[in-house]
Design a protein around this ligand. Structure first.
Ligand code: CUA
Length: 146
């Protein structure tokens, strides 16, 4: 192995070490975590619904299907946690809640989940960001924070 190879190899190993340390810092210090993909207590479903918990927070069970979300309009209280469970009835769809970090894939046979809180009142469109057929661009729902 010549000197240039040793330098590149050393740099590569050092870079991998730096990425590993960055991952550890993100997880342990900044507490950045990967959202769970398959919550064990929720099985795939084909009917959307909204549950209100005793503390006023909401659990949304959203079904994506060609070419709508179910339920289409949901009211949530400002400042309360909202847990979304997302399933797909037919094809792969997307779920992006405008002006938030809620960005999920709806995959047939699976349930994706995310929790968020809306601190400002308003109407937040949910759009499908995965091409899913002829009327993909019409696939929208709304969360109304009051
Ligand atoms: Cu559903 Cu695009």
């Amino acid at each position: 192995m010549d000197r240039a190879e040793k330098i590149v190899l050393g740099f590569s190993v050092g870079l991998m070490g730096a990425f590993f340390v960055a991952l550890l810092l993100a997880a342990k210090v900044a507490r950045i975590d990967v959202p769970p993909c398959l919550p064990s207590d929720v099985k795939p479903f084909t009917t959307g619904k909204v549950d209100t918990l005793p503390d006023g927070s909401r659990r949304l069970y959203v079904v994506a299907r060609m070419w709508r979300f179910e339920p289409e309009v949901v009211e949530v209280p400002v400042g309360k946690p909202v847990d979304v469970f997302l399933s797909a009835a037919d094809a792969t769809h997307g779920f992006y809640l405008s002006w938030s970090n809620a960005n999920l894939m709806a995959i047939p046979g699976a349930v994706n989940a995310y929790s968020f809180r809306l601190d400002k009142p308003g109407v937040y469109p949910i759009i499908c960001h995965e091409y899913c057929g002829a009327a993909h661009q019409n696939m929208v729902a709304y969360i109304v924070a009051k």
